[in-house]
Design a binder for this molecule. Structure first.
Ligand code: NDP
Ligand code: HSE
Length: 433
């Protein structure tokens, strides 16, 4: 009889517990796909005294990574610890001791991917990372393997489940931002440091990884312009709804003239379109390939079992040998990947503005005049008289016709300096296509 494959699980939080549960509860099914029994040999955690909702088979749980890295019976390690350190040192320890690694840690890959992949190659090991982007959606395999015949022209997606959960709970239930963020943390969607979810960092790191797979270039994630959802409030979501839109945190990468235009920012998406209908912790990715055309992927992008689904699929791929072949034969995250040439982000699209103005004669003329001075034409305006207050002024919501984002930003800067303004204006792009 073929010996079982023994797996070490590093980190038994939201994702690690889901992985152990799936490997134990679906062992027979998984064996059929892997061709061999896969067993959890041991887990390594930070605090061994912590109560675990999922027991480790045989009770083998400890806090020293060497209990996995130096155990010759273990061939595959699932590294499910977040952040950069000690995750990076753990990955190095595992690779140097001959373990193939599966991980969901996108921050680690976006920051140290080429260095770690180089090390894996040096030691003849593989790193698989399907769960690092878009949770349960098999987007890494889709771009890296299934769409390999295509020149990818663009990627557009919702890549952070926590932000999407917050935005949809606010728009659907009128929930308070801080309360929903807490709920996202309780549900296990958020990062240990949730500011990475809401400030756009997590989505940007995922976009950098997808851009590498799709365009073959390495993009330092911190160079990608990003804005999070922290500046949004319920009124903004309601005004967008009045105009027939939802607000989503959208990651975009598109190729044109040998350069990549990339950004992560909240944007208006038309109600009824797939991105607008992506709700809760769901993620969505729309890809345009030159042969296949537009494809759309949708599924849970965060949470225990959807993420465990992707991790366990990678463990199976590793056991079967597919991960090693992909790793050996493609230049995945190679240290000498060409650097991306990023285009200046000056999109030509409609813009949604909310400007708080004092409620007095001539104000509208002044604002439209300033927009006109910058060549910006107005498509529609909303002003609800009942929202006026002596201190905060009255919100004026403007939808522009398509114009350069650089022009609209200059106009908003001029508006914000004028004497009719009560508070900082908000300007969001509108993704009409
Ligand atoms: P959690 O915070 O829930 O779990 C982290 C685990 O790492 C805990 O079990 C913790 O141990 C362990 N750990 C932390 N430091 C150490 C250490 N020094 N030594 C040993 N173990 C340590 O995180 P998640 O499960 O949510 O996330 C894990 C990874 O998966 C992250 O990279 C995240 O970005 C990624 N991811 C998460 C998703 C999600 O929906 N949650 C979805 C997709 C990816 P202890 O339990 O003792 O504290
Ligand atoms: N914190 C991440 C999110 C987990 O909310 O999308 C999945 O990567």
């Amino acid at each position: 009889m073929t010996e079982p494959v023994r797996v070490g699980v590093v980190g038994m939080g939201t994702v690690g517990s889901g992985v152990v549960r799936l490997l134990v509860e679906s062992a027979d099914h998984i064996e059929r796909h892997a061709g061999r029994r896969i067993v959890v040999e041991r887990a390594v955690v930070k605090d061994v005294a912590k109560a675990r909702s999922v027991p480790v088979p045989g009770g083998k749980i400890s806090s020293d990574i060497r209990d996995i890295s130096r155990d010759p019976s273990i061939s595959v390690a699932a590294l499910l610890v977040g952040g950069l350190e000690p995750a990076r040192s753990m990955m190095i320890e595992l690779l140097e001791n001959g373990k193939d690694v599966v991980t969901a840690n996108k921050a680690l890959l976006a920051e140290h991917g080429p260095e770690l992949f180089e090390l894996a190659r040096k030691h003849g090991r593989s790193i698989a990372f399907e769960a690092a982007v878009a949770g349960g959606i098999p987007i890494v395999a889709a771009i890296g393997e299934c769409l390999a015949a295509n020149r990818i022209e663009s990627i557009r997606g919702i890549l952070n489940g926590t932000s999407n959960f917050i935005l949809t709970r606010m728009e659907e239930d009128g929930a308070n931002y801080a309360d929903v963020l807490k709920l996202a943390q309780q549900k296990g969607f958020a990062e240990a440091d949730p500011s990475m979810d809401v400030d756009g960092t997590d989505a940007t790191q995922k976009l950098a990884i997808l851009a590498h797979l799709a365009f073959g270039v390495w993009v330092p994630w911190a160079e990608i312009p990003r804005t999070g959802i922290e500046g949004l409030d319920l009124d903004l979501l309601n005004y967008a709804g009045e105009l027939g839109y939802r607000i989503r945190l959208v990651a975009v990468a598109s190729r044109s003239d040998g350069k990549l235009a990339m950004r992560v920012a909240p944007a208006l998406v038309k109600i009824g379109t797939p991105l607008a209908e992506t709700r809760g912790a769901y993620n969505a990715v729309s890809i345009v390939g030159d042969a296949v055309g537009r494809m759309f992927f949708h599924g849970l992008g965060a949470g225990q079992m959807p993420t465990a689904s992707a991790v366990v699929a990678d463990i199976i791929d590793t056991v079967v040998g597919r991960a090693a072949i992909t790793f050996r034969t493609t230049g995945l995250l190679a240290a000498d990947s060409p650097a991306a040439k990023l285009a200046d982000v000056d999109s030509h699209e409609r813009h949604f503005l909310r400007i708080n103005v004092s409620d007095r004669p001539g104000v509208l003329a002044k604002i439209t005049g300033l927009l006109g001075d910058h060549g910006i034409s107005i498509a529609s305006v909303i002003q609800h008289a009942e929202t006026a207050s002596a201190d905060a002024g009255v919100p004026l919501v403007i939808m522009t016709h398509a114009c350069a984002s650089s022009a609209v930003q200059k106009a908003v800067a001029a508006i914000d300096k004028s004497d009719v303004i009560r508070g900082k204006s908000v300007c969001l792009g509108v993704l009409d296509e």
